[in-house]
Design a protein around this ligand. Sequence first.
Ligand SMILES: C[S@@+](CC[C@H](N)C(=O)[O-])C[C@H]1O[C@@H](n2cnc3c(N)ncnc32)[C@H](O)[C@@H]1O
Length: 217
Amino acid sequence: MDQTEAQRRYFDSHAASYDEYTAAGAWTPNQYLAGVLESLTAGGVEVRTALDLGTGTGQTLAAVRAAFPQATLWASDLSPAMLRRAALKVPDARFEVADISSHVAGLTESFDLVTAIGCLEMVPDLMTVLPQLMDHVNPGGHLALTIEPLIDGAGAEHAAHPHSSADTDEPRWRYTWSTARLLHALPGGQLRSSHLFTAYHRASRPVLYELLLIGKG
Ligand SMILES: C[S@@+](CC[C@H](N)C(=O)[O-])C[C@H]1O[C@@H](n2cnc3c(N)ncnc32)[C@H](O)[C@@H]1O
C-alpha cells in the first residue's frame, strides 16, 4: 500500500471520532486561524473565492465560512469519509476528493484565499506543490498555512520521520520544513504573520505548529 492510500484509510477510519477527539482545546490550529482571518477582515481584505486543502471534517472550512459569509468556497481532502462530515458543516462549499499534490496540479480556478491547516506535513513533494499553488492565488490574495516547523535541525532544511508504532498508530510520515525553505517555494509571497503554538499532543508530547499568513503581491 502506498503512502497516500495508507493516509486515506487512516483518516477514513478516524472520521467518525475526529470532531470529538479534537474538541475541548485538544486541537488548537483553527482557533489561531480564526484570529488571522479576523485580521484580514479588520484590514478590509475582500475574499470572494477561497480554497481549503486537507479539509477533514470541515473545522477549517467552517472558520473560513464564518469570516467570509459571502465567499464561494472550494474544499478537498483525500478522505471521502472526512469530507462527508465537512459537507454537513458547510453544505454550500464545492467538495473534491483528491490528494493535495494532484488537486493542486489540476487546478483551473484562482483564489483570494487558500487555507491548508494540519495537512501539509503529510505532503512529501510539498516544495513542488507550493509554487504551483502560488500560481492560483490572485494578486492581493493570501495563503494561511500550517507546517511542523524545523527549528532545531542544526542546519538541515528538510526531515522526514517514519512513524513509530511505539508512539502512535498513525500510518504516515511527517515532513518538517524550515520557514525559510517554505517561503522560498512561494515566489512573490510576503510573510505577513507567523504564530508558533502547540497544536495538539501526540503520544503525550506537544506538537509544535507554525501558522503562516503569506500575502501575494
Ligand atoms: C489533521 S486533519 C486537519 C483537517 C482540518 N483542516 C482541521 O483543521 O480540522 C488532516 C486532514 O488532511 C488530510 N490529508 C492528509 N494528507 C493529505 C494529502 N496528501 N492530500 C489531501 N488530504 C490529505 C486528511 O485526510 C485529514 O482529513
